[in-house]
Design a protein around this ligand. Structure first.
Ligand code: RFL
Ligand code: PHB
Length: 386
């Protein structure tokens, strides 16, 4: 097989890249290790920055998102038993965020690609990348028991944090920056009306809690828990009682459809390019979910990569490809800073000096238009470089 861009991973990064390249007449083949059903049912991110919605709209994959997504103009910070509304739109000249499940965006992009008859292979095995320093890198894999090879001009590593692309770069050519937090999130999806029209980020002496949603009848709720938390120790009753305690009155209960523990990590690999291999999304970086940035950052990387590849395939040279990593990392580090800041501000960690400083900071934040503007402009999404 032969293609211009071999894309490994059918998450938001890989699928959006394939679609945006297709719009520009550039061929790609997408390889995905898991089944279509698995990829379409993985419950993950849910919040899109305004720029992400615009990007998905321009990519022609937002018809259902624009119909079903829930537009939010503000959020609530709750601490010391009191709620404080952050007027995101008012503080950012009208910018908003949209709630739309990542797996719904993934479903939409898969359907559009398959309907167009474009190559997207699920359940592939033993994916490996070769000759990354040459102008003709190769991907090998197994499909239905057969060994296969794809000759590419470029390979896009969109295979997430546990993929094979980043580990294929010689360790001497990569620097990794890592921070693991001493807590995690227990997340549930429940058949219950959201407790509020907007998201509630709550800080409580028992730990952080977040009330978000997927629709007017499905709630998504998170609780700070131990890093090594055993989900089986959390009965439905224990979960609801912890949520009521941390979020206060108004928690709407209903059947729990799904439960899981999400580890909290900040990670960046530099550079995001090795020869003809370009990393995008979680393959290159991870943020803790508190700032709701992971999927948005994957989308931002893809925008930069598409421009670089468009110039390259149009014969305008490699200047943008050479700048790909630096351009992406500029945003990545700002988003890392914001995600780290939201995480350390809102989670309970001991009872010492740092804890008192965090409470003072929250108090300051909610009383300062300047500090709230900083929060709001990061939350709705920093402007793109292009
Ligand atoms: P993905 O989605 O992990 O996709 C990578 C794909 O690659 C496949 N793969 C392989 N395919 C072929 N060969 C191999 N060897 C392969 N190895 C792996 C995988 O099966 C997978 O399909 O990465 P991508 O595309 O970079 O997208 C990143 C996002 O998924 C991630 O950043 C977000 O989900 C993070 N995140 C959030 N982001 C937001 O923007 N807003 C949020 O509100 C938000 N909330 C969250 C989150 C992540 C969470 N978890 C579970 C980590 C909430 C949670 C709980
Ligand atoms: C979600 O809807 O899953 C979500 C929203 C905001 C966050 C994290 C997760 O900060």
């Amino acid at each position: 097989m032969r293609t211009q861009v071999g894309i490994i991973g059918a998450g938001p990064a890989g699928l959006l890249l394939a679609q945006m390249l297709h719009q520009r007449g550039i061929d790609s083949i997408v390889l995905e290790a898991r089944s279509r059903a698995h990829v379409e049912s993985r419950i993950r991110a849910g919040l899109l920055e305004q720029g992400s919605v615009e990007t998905l709209t321009q990519a022609g994959v937002a018809e259902r998102l624009l119909r079903e997504g829930l537009v939010h103009r503000g959020l609530e910070l709750r601490f010391g038993g009191q709620g404080h509304r952050v007027d995101l739109a008012g503080l950012t000249g009208g910018k908003v965020v949209t709630i739309y499940g990542q797996q719904e965006a993934v479903k939409d992009m898969i359907a559009i690609r398959l309907a167009a008859g474009l190559p997207l292979h699920f359940d592939v095995e033993d994916v490996a990348v070769h000759d990354l320093a040459s102008p003709r890198p190769r991907i090998t894999f197994r499909q239905d028991g057969q060994d296969r090879v794809i000759d590419c001009d470029v390979i896009a590593g969109c295979d997430g944090f546990h993929g094979i692309c980043r580990p294929s770069i010689p360790p001497t050519d990569l620097i990794a920056f890592d921070r693991i937090y001493p807590f995690a999130w227990l997340g549930i999806l429940a058949q219950a009306r959201p407790m509020s029209e907007e998201l509630i980020y709550a800080r409580h002496t028992d730990g952080f809690a977040l009330a978000t949603m997927r629709s007017h009848s499905i709630s998504r709720l998170y609780l700070q828990c131990a890093a090594d938390e055993d989900v089986s120790a959390w009965s439905d009753d224990r979960i609801w009682s912890a949520l009521r305690k941390r979020l206060g009155d108004g928690v709407q209960e209903g059947p729990i459809l799904q439960k899981g523990v999400t580890a909290m990590r900040s990670f960046v690999a530099e550079p995001m390019r090795h020869g003809r291999l370009f990393l995008a999304g979680d393959a290159a970086h991870i943020v803790p979910p508190t700032g709701a940035k992971g999927m948005n950052l994957a989308i931002a990387d893809v925008r930069v990569l598409v421009r670089a590849l468009e110039a390259f395939f149009a014969g305008r040279g490699e200047a943008l490809m050479d700048r790909y990593s630096a351009t992406c990392l500029d945003r990545v580090w700002k988003v890392q800073r914001f995600s780290w800041w939201m995480t350390q501000l809102l989670h309970r960690q001991g009872d010492g000096f740092d804890e008192r400083v965090r409470i003072a900071e929250l108090d300051y934040l909610t009383g300062s238009a300047a500090a709230l503007t900083t929060l709001a402009e990061n939350y709705v999404g920093l402007p793109y470089a292009d």
